[in-house]
Design a protein around this ligand. Structure first.
Ligand SMILES: [Zn+2]
Length: 58
């Protein structure tokens, strides 16, 4: 999926099990371009984006 910050499409899945996230329900993504870490929360009607780590400033 597209990065909500920069729109890049090189996001990769992260394994966040050790942090208590359930990656199957809310896959955690990291943008390969800006470093933003987020997950998509599906609540039925409207998907919600939860920013876990802000983009890195370069
Ligand atoms: Zn990005």
């Amino acid at each position: 999926m597209k990065c909500p910050n920069c729109g890049d499409r090189t996001a990769v899945d992260l394994d966040m099990h050790s942090n208590g996230f359930t990656s199957e329900e809310s896959p955690v993504k990291e943008c390969g371009s800006c470093g933003l870490v987020w997950r998509l929360i599906k609540d039925g009607k409207n998907d919600r984006i939860d920013i876990i780590k802000q983009a890195e400033k370069k």
